[in-house]
Design a protein around this ligand. Structure first.
Ligand SMILES: Nc1ncnc2c1ncn2[C@@H]1O[C@H](COP(=O)(O)OP(=O)(O)OP(=O)(O)O)[C@@H](O)[C@H]1O
Length: 240
């Protein structure tokens, strides 16, 4: 596998995929470096979720190669906390690799502090707001031993203010617990605030039609003229 510091963490080479006779992804190429945050944006139904499923192994490419150098976890749109487990136990699920009970408890406590959920450790998911649930969800994947996190519109079910807050929190958490991230979103504002690089996909069959680097320091304010320029470029690539 080689040294992860210089090997691409994720490599997709000439990948094609379709369901039955419908071609969804055609000759897609993508390389993602360790610690990079890549955001994928594209028209509805172009194959973004299918692409994430090719990366996490739920789907197999019909041709080409997918190589993932590390352990992968996925954060879904509507969350996947276990409703019968408390916040503490849900975060603990990601920490089963830690052998001792004490080390596990310490790691859970550290994460509760990072995600600002101290005092809620014994709450069940139904007792939390949407934003809190997403914070626990993020805490669970970030506390765990995954190297690569795939996110499928993780904040789309939240209201606008909660989404703004979560973007900032995600960047803050990743600064403390660096991971390689691929995130799918429909939200161009979210893309420019979070991404190191934005990939714009075409309509089906999907190919990458543009790659835009976002070289703007965090915290990024949505009114930053450089971000507005990149958002305009994304809109242009999407034909909007
Ligand atoms: N299990 C399946 N069987 C057959 N066709 C499927 C299946 N899953 C998705 N598709 C089709 O494949 C295409 C791509 O779907 P996918 O969910 O990957 O797109 P998407 O870009 O994530 O969509 P959206 O932006 O609306 O979330 C769509 O036309 C969809 O109808």
């Amino acid at each position: 596998m080689g040294n992860n510091n210089w090997v691409s963490h994720i490599s997709i080479e000439n990948v094609s995929f379709g369901y039955h006779n419908q071609k969804v992804i055609e000759n897609l190429n993508l390389k993602v470096n360790k610690g990079e945050i890549v955001v994928i944006i594209g028209p509805s139904g172009c194959g973004k979720t299918s692409l994430l499923n090719l990366l996490n192994g739920y789907l197999l490419p019909q041709s080409g190669a997918v190589q993932m150098n590390g352990l992968i976890r996925t954060v879904h749109q509507h969350g996947s906390l276990f409703p019968w487990l408390t916040v503490n136990e849900n975060i603990g699920i990601g920490l089963r690799h830690l052998k001792s009970q004490r080390t596990q408890q310490k790691a859970i406590q550290d994460m509760l502090e990072l995600i600002n959920m101290e005092g809620f450790e014994d709450h069940y998911p139904h007792q939390l707001s949407g934003g809190m649930k997403q914070r626990v969800e993020l805490g669970r994947v970030l506390a765990g031993d995954a190297d690569i996190i795939l996110m499928d519109e993780p904040f789309s079910s939240l209201d606008y203010q909660a989404r703004l807050k979560m973007r900032r929190e995600l960047i803050g958490l990743l600064a403390k617990r660096p991971k390689t991230v691929i995130m799918v979103t429909h939200d161009i504002e979210e893309a420019v605030q979070i991404a190191d690089r934005i990939l714009v996909l075409t309509k089906r069959p999907s190919m990458v039609c543009a790659e835009l680097d976002v070289n703007v320091a965090h915290p990024r304010h949505i009114s930053d003229p450089d971000l507005i320029k990149i958002a305009d470029n994304v809109l242009h690539e999407l034909g909007l």
